[in-house]
Write a protein that binds this ligand. Structure first.
Ligand code: UDP
Length: 373
């Protein structure tokens, strides 16, 4: 009989589900037909108001409500406070969640969300004692204390700084494995033939290609940045990905562009776009940054969500894999500078980005979770 793996997550941002899906894809690749997988948004599907509203609240908290997000972030840095909040949450929500666990009877449980670890371990201990419980920390560098639960069976992190933080926060060193950020297998099998990709994507073969992305939701100053680049980097071509932001896509499509430009909504071929590009402009999302490392793509980070994405900015800068600039005019100036024929910075940053790449991350995590079952 197939073993059952349950992923505990919530759609607070797109990254937790994307990470779970990437790991599932890797499990299917390594162990075909051996596992049945469930990815469950615990807050949305198994709790009541107000807990089931958290995923709806998060887009506001991570954009115009960042001040409130930072209050929550700081308050929950103190173990006494967040453990009290968790105890209250548990008291209100546990009935529905325990009922769900009793129905599912998983063989392995994996948390890819910071709010699922301490409670998750207790819920699983109560309903299915002895079942292995893993945490996959989906924030690339900055590890919030809510991620760290020493009682778990094992824990996968993306980077060495994340491992050090997890251990400093109380995780036993032997339980923490640096596997990299889980990204889709398309990135593990990236076809490096840039001219082929460019031809397939109907791009100019000669012009430097600038890829502008605002995460899965198309957030940040994507429009202003694209306008500034188009008006000042005459020798380039642009790919702009608006993600799920329909309003942004419409606005971009209404422009008569000064340089060759392709506008997309939510794309399924990010690996191809990155493989064809020369420079990426993005917010500091861990998924997009890790994918860019694999594609060997220098990054201009144009913004970050305070708290969990701040460390990603430092990581890119400390490793000389890119730069940070918020102002569209400054971003266009940097691109012009990097593209100057006598400037070898772009080539150096490409190599530095590639050195940070972990294309096998999802496969490594899949082996960690399933290898001993
Ligand atoms: N993405 C995608 N298609 C799009 C836009 C984004 O597949 O049109 C993917 C991107 O490749 C990355 C993820 O969505 O894997 C975004 O994750 P990230 O952590 O960068 O940011 P988030 O959206 O979670 O804030």
């Amino acid at each position: 009989m197939r073993k059952r793996i349950l992923f505990l997550m919530s759609d607070t941002g797109g990254g937790h589900r994307a990470s779970a899906q990437a790991i599932c894809e890797a499990i299917g690749f390594l162990y075909p037909d051996q596992f049945e997988i469930l990815i469950e948004d615990i807050w949305m599907d198994h709790t009541r108001w107000p807990f089931n509203q958290l995923p709806h609240l998060y887009p506001w908290l991570s954009s115009s409500g960042t001040r409130w997000w930072m209050v929550l972030w700081r308050v929950t840095q103190r173990p006494f406070l967040w453990k009290s909040i968790m105890r209250m949450t548990d008291w209100v929500t546990r009935r529905g969640i325990l009922r769900f666990l009793r129905e599912v009877q998983p063989d392995i449980v994996v948390s890819v969300h910071p709010a699922m670890n301490h409670l998750g371990v207790e819920w699983v201990k109560q309903i299915c004692p002895g079942v292995p419980f893993y945490t996959v920390i989906t924030d690339m560098v900055t590890v919030h204390p809510t991620w760290v639960c020493p009682e778990v069976t094992g824990c996968a992190v993306s980077t060495q700084p994340a491992r050090e933080q997890a251990i400093a926060a109380g995780m036993p060193a032997e339980k923490v494995a640096v596997c990299g950020q889980p990204v889709g297998l398309k990135f593990a099998h990236l076809n490096g033939e840039r001219p082929v990709l460019r031809a397939r994507l109907d791009l100019d073969g000669e012009r430097p290609c600038i890829l502008i992305v605002g995460g899965g939701e198309g957030i940040g100053r994507v429009y202003d940045i694209a306008r500034s680049v188009a008006q000042t980097v005459e020798q380039a071509q642009l790919i702009i990905v608006a993600g799920r932001n329909k309003h942004l896509k419409q606005k971009l499509e209404a422009i008569i562009w000064e340089i060759p430009t392709q506008v997309y909504g939510f794309v399924q071929n990010m690996s191809e776009l990155m493989g064809a590009a020369d420079i990426l402009v993005t917010k500091a999302g861990p998924g997009t940054i890790s994918e860019a490392f694999i594609a060997g793509l220098p990054i201009i980070i144009s913004g970050y969500i305070p708290g969990q994405e701040r460390g990603n900015v430092d990581y890119v800068l400390e490793n000389n894999a890119g730069a940070y600039a918020e102002e569209p005019v400054e971003i266009a100036r940097l691109i012009n500078d990097w593209l100057h024929p006598q400037n070898d910075l772009l080539e150096q940053m490409k190599q530095n980005a590639a050195r940070l790449a972990r294309p096998q991350a999802s496969l490594e995590i899949a082996r960690l979770l399933c290898g001993h079952v």
